[in-house]
Write a protein that binds this ligand. Structure first.
Ligand SMILES: [Zn+2]
Ligand SMILES: [Zn+2]
Length: 284
């Protein structure tokens, strides 16, 4: 049985994300520990962390996961933005550590006005700069596969491999596999044969053992579109088949899976409930 959960809002307090996850039948939860569109973040007090941990215990929610702020761009050619991103990323890891959350998931970054190789170089430099500052933190970092929209890096498996193979210490790093992003990046997952070929490619280039989290999202745009827009499970261009393969894959039964599908309510029904129900039905 796969471990299924969702990204949840922390409005009202960090522990609220756990309560929200429990209310829609999640077994795991992903959250921002701060407003993801602002640089400034309120410090996490000891009491906030205690309440958060207590909620996980009380509601039996496991595998808490942090997604970092959208402002962070470790690939930026802009020295100031890059520095600010490095500092903010250190902060993200410290916050995760305070909450005893094992990983912070990040998009590797966008090279904007520079080049792919310059961008990859900046990311490697950033991770090498962050790592010694967080040696006392138990939280590691997961690089997320991206859709490759605009100048975003991490959409080709080779780009993630280049980062993991070049950083000074890869031990604190892993990968988060986002289905929508991988599909939009041009890797088909529909038929069993396509699914196996994509996983084989991932294994050859990066290694499937690097996958420590999975994001389950359908895609609002077609295969290879390199557009990052999530859709409800089975209602986008991916359809249900890729999820059926993934949920039945014995290699991922212990890897927590989170939906990041659109929120909003339909006739008073929570969409997360609908999407999780669809996924449970597809699970073996
Ligand atoms: Zn993400
Ligand atoms: Zn994602």
């Amino acid at each position: 049985m796969p471990i299924l959960g969702a990204h949840k809002s922390i409005a009202g307090g960090l522990h609220k994300a756990v309560e929200r996850a429990a209310a829609c039948g999640c077994q795991c939860v992903q959250l921002f520990t701060r407003n993801a569109t602002q640089w400034r973040a309120k410090a996490i007090e000891a009491e906030d962390a205690r309440r958060f941990r207590r909620a996980l215990d009380e509601y039996q929610i496991g595998h808490p996961m942090v997604h970092d702020s959208y402002l962070i761009n470790l690939a930026s050619p802009d020295r100031r933005l890059w520095r600010r991103s490095v500092d903010a990323f250190v902060e993200e890891l410290r916050r995760a550590h305070l909450l005893e959350i094992p990983y912070v998931i990040t998009h590797p970054g966008a090279y904007t006005s520079s080049t792919e190789s310059a961008g990859l170089g900046r990311i490697i430099e950033a991770l090498d700069e962050v790592e010694p500052q967080v040696r006392d933190c138990r939280a590691g970092c997961l690089l997320e596969t991206t859709a490759g929209q605009g100048t975003s890096l991490g959409w080709r498996f080779e780009q993630l491999a280049a980062i993991l193979d070049t950083v000074r210490n890869p031990d604190w790093l892993g990968v988060c596999f986002d289905t929508c992003h991988v599909f939009a990046a041009g890797y088909p997952l529909g038929t069993s044969r396509q699914y196996e070929a994509t996983m084989k490619a991932f294994d050859r280039v990066i290694g499937l053992d690097q996958i420590r989290a999975i994001h389950l999202n359908d895609s609002a745009h077609p295969l290879g579109s390199r557009m990052d827009r999530h859709a409800h499970i089975g209602r986008g261009h991916m359809g249900l088949a890729p999820f059926r393969h993934l949920l039945a894959d014995p290699r991922f039964q212990q890897v927590p899976m989170y939906i990041e599908t659109p929120k909003g309510e339909r006739r008073g029904v929570d969409w997360d409930v609908i999407n999780l129900r669809t996924l449970r039905r597809l699970s073996p």
